[in-house]
Design a protein around this ligand. Structure first.
Ligand SMILES: C[S@@+](CC[C@H](N)C(=O)[O-])C[C@H]1O[C@@H](n2cnc3c(N)ncnc32)[C@H](O)[C@@H]1O
Length: 300
């Protein structure tokens, strides 16, 4: 990619923020606000976007976050960003290796960072969480298999808030004059998301709907769900926030997948990519990506 994965995550923070489904988010935060102690596990925390969101909400009392990711560089970024945010908010921050403790009046916040692949991750003896979050992750995991684990890791009536789950639909605007090649490229892009985890098929391009089905099958009540589509579109003639960078990275990912396959005529593909890139430079390209947010509660 022309930008690092960490910079791409930074560029999409505000896009994600305005895309999160408002109603699902409201139910989630309403359930948390009255809790005096909140234990949260953030899966695939990346550079710490969900930690930031948790710290920006007015929560009562004690907040203990465990953040897991397999990428050490992203975890370092998440650690530094969390310290900075807490210090800005005038917490008294004490730091140990991969652990932060922050105190402000009666509020105590701890954040523990764990570098581990989720294939190997397991809670400590008797450890439970009130909330598990997964933001832009479930396409990389097999929904039913993971939900069985999460059910065990959650305390009674615990919540699983899974956001920005891709659900097949990537559309570029304006509609292409040569819809054949673009249709095939986008179809191939969806197919390229078919991966396995522990030998099982991941949510991939249909992670939103598969996660919804798995929640119903694996002992969760779906409290709320709805679309959280990305609208990377020129707004009054200009891109918003980090959208231009995100759009370029996404276009490059779509083109990159197609260019590694032998299915496409390289010249036609190059012409298609160059045309879309030119539109991007003129702030004339739009991209809408269909995604779903889900809030499930462990039954019992
Ligand atoms: C698309 S990024 C999302 C990061 C972050 N949640 C956000 O939205 O900004 C997916 C993250 O999941 C992590 N990840 C993917 N598969 C993983 C696995 N099997 N175990 C641990 N982390 C994983 C990646 O390293 C990456 O940081």
């Amino acid at each position: 990619m022309t930008i690092s994965f960490g910079d791409y995550l930074d560029a999409k923070f505000l896009l994600d923020e305005r895309s999160l489904n408002r109603d699902v988010k409201a139910v989630f935060w309403a359930a948390l606000r009255s809790r005096l102690v909140l234990r949260v596990l953030d899966l695939g925390c990346g550079h710490g976007a969900t930690i930031r969101r948790l710290l920006e909400e007015p929560l009562l009392g004690r907040l203990d976050i465990t953040a897991v990711d397999r990428d050490g560089d992203l975890l370092d970024k998440a650690y530094a960003a969390t310290v900075e945010l807490l210090e800005q908010r005038e917490y008294e921050v004490s730091k140990e290796d991969a652990f932060i403790r922050a105190v402000r009046d009666r509020e105590v916040t701890t954040v523990r960072f764990i570098k581990r692949d989720l294939k190997e991750f397991a809670p400590g003896e008797g450890e439970k969480w009130d909330v598990i979050t997964a933001h832009a992750l479930m396409d990389l995991l097999p929904p039913a298999f993971i939900l069985e684990r999460l059910r065990d890791w959650l305390a009674a009536n615990g919540l699983f808030y899974a956001t920005l789950n891709y659900d097949a639909g990537t559309t570029l605007f304006p509609a292409a004059p040569d819809a054949d090649i673009e249709g095939a490229v986008l179809e191939y892009y969806d197919r390229s998301m078919s991966r396995t985890f522990e030998g099982l098929p991941c949510g991939g391009a249909h992670s939103g709907r598969l996660l919804h089905r798995a929640m119903l099958a694996k002992g969760f009540e779906v409290l709320a769900y709805g679309s959280s589509d990305w609208s990377l579109t020129p707004f009054c003639g200009r891109y918003r926030d980090g959208d231009a960078q995100c759009l370029e990275a996404l276009l490059e990912m779509i083109w990159g997948e197609a260019s590694r396959s032998s299915l496409f005529d390289p010249e036609a593909l190059k012409a298609w990519y160059a045309g879309r890139l030119a539109q991007l430079r003129q702030q004339a390209l739009g991209l809408i990506v269909h995604q779903i947010d889900l809030l499930g509660q462990k039954i019992g």
